[in-house]
Design a protein around this ligand. Sequence first.
Ligand code: SF4
Length: 700
Amino acid sequence: GHRSAEPAREIASVCPYCGVGCQVGFRVRNGRIEEVVGRDGPANRGRLCVKGRFGFDFLVHPDRLTRPLIRIAGAAKDPADCLDPSRIRGKFREASWEEAMERAAAGLRAIRDGAGPNALAGFGSAKGSNEEAYLFQKLVRTGFGTNNVDHCTRLCHAASVAALLEGIGSGAVTAPFTAVRDADLIFVIGARPTENHPVAATFIKDAAARGATLVTADPRGSSLDRFATEVLRFTPGEDVALLNAMLHVILAEDLHDAAFLAARVDGIGALRTHLAAYAPEAMAERCGISAEQIRRVARLYARSPAALTLWGMGISQSIHGTDNARALIALALACGHVGRPGTGLHPLRGQNNVQGASDAGLIPMMLPDYHHTDDDDARAAMEALWGAALDPRPGLTVVEILQAAERREIRGMYIMGENPAMSDPDLAHARAALARLDHLVVQDLFLTETAVLADVVLPASAWPEKDGTVTNTNRQVQMGRTAVAPPGQARQDLAIIVDMARRLGLDWRYDHPREVFAEMAQAMPSHANITWDRLERENSVTYPCPAPDAPGEDIVFHDRFPTPDGRALLVPAGLSHPEETPDAAFPFVLTTGRELEHWHTGTMTRRAGVLDALEPSATVSLAPEELWRLGVEAGARLRVTTRRGSLECAARADPEVPEGVVFLPFAFREAAANLLTDPRLDPHGKIPGYKLCAARVEVA
Ligand code: SF4
């Protein structure tokens, strides 16, 4: 017989994909999500993109982990297993939670007590809740005893945050992207919001339709260009040359906001001297934009009553990413485009909770609320709250941790919801480093490329299977609610972290995420007046929030910056250029990124039926002229090679890709783009240059 269908219930939650933070309704019947609808959240007003609408059947994919797994004694850890998961058959066995947790914790304890706390490290996740991020960093800091805790923010906006903290004293956006409705000019640089922040892109298009001037700047074209007044297709890697040339024009022609600078900003003298060498005529050839267009765009930007700047990975994922962001911040400050309606600095955050995870302290050099680990007062306050001694020395970052593992300085890791065996640069080395660990615990939904190298694999719960809060790119803290139960014995991540903490000797008692949220609010004055109960009622509250019944502040820093003296700082950005540049052996620039349908390393979206059907395989995109030169048509197999590695996949003709450039998405295991990328890091943000390395392309 068949079951009679129960009526559908609608559970109010948030989309777990990108940092836009669209509010969704999960329509549930018979314990399954049948349909997802857009709700009237502040970031989406009922809108959703294809991922939020169709990206959820991975929840019931047969690959879901439903029982803990333990590596069988003697089964070798082979990086080649990352390429082909069928190779791990016979290497793992199922175990009870008790056995798996005890094995997981015993391995970590042995390294902590033998080699020492700094031989351990943890990667938390920007895909989990704020409560999970907070507890994970607390576990590493107090249970492991090290600051070696990081997450994918390092690979995303670390350079932007470093420059923002230095320049204006805060790493978060100064205005939500919805402030474009009040902007006269919108400057989008190094971002492809139509693919990576699709619902944010709809607000930008609405603003352009209403009459705002849109300026786009990126080496690759994008579908947003159709709405733009000015399109700057500059040479890859030459962000500083372009932005400094614009600044040069603004200062030389007295277009800057002298009153704003005098009242609120330091450093104009040094910047003016520095920019003398950056006349547009001197930079035009280098950045590939005519001096005339540089002057025109600089004047447009400076003369606009209100300009808002949005940027993405094109600015930050560079070994001079911090300098790129410094130049962009200086541009906005010089023109007074911060702190008023329609103005602001907005690094578009990638993951759904990368803002919240960073706020909660899931970063190696900072405690919750961005207090440096070596700030004695801040550390003492956290030691009092947590009842534990903390190490003042900053920990290692994501890429540094795996490099230390390769040198055997890091011996054990706990990785929750991240997949460095796909997301780190120079994967051959990253995978070898993971395989060299004495002990690796991975907590995830699937047997990821990272999990195949683990000693213990813990089956976790997906976002629609739990309660928790997340913080989007707009600083909106939003409530997510349980729609369905996790499969089999898969367990709540928060419960796994607490269980692990107890086995590492911590006396933790948290029965519900609301208790974690309450403690987190104590540790983070930035979140004052935002409570779990309030989020239950209102679904979304923006921080900072001045009173328990007041709305949060959308646009911040209208009269002072959160620096000791309230003033911002202009930091000159130079043309340092140690980047790998194309040469005779490797004549192309390789750039990597995402596509609309696939999320990051593909763990979820490649198991979502509609999304995978739309974009089922890896392709390498080139300008049609380049395919013609290679003598092939779209669909031909090409081999892409860099100094790190080589891979093959099908060619795609893409007129948005400039000649001399190839683009690879990083979501595909069978052609993992990061086998090719350069592991060198920006010295300040410690972020790798995923957007630029030298490559060779041949017919396979
Ligand atoms: Fe989800 Fe981002 Fe798409 Fe909104 S724009 S539905 S948050 S992926």
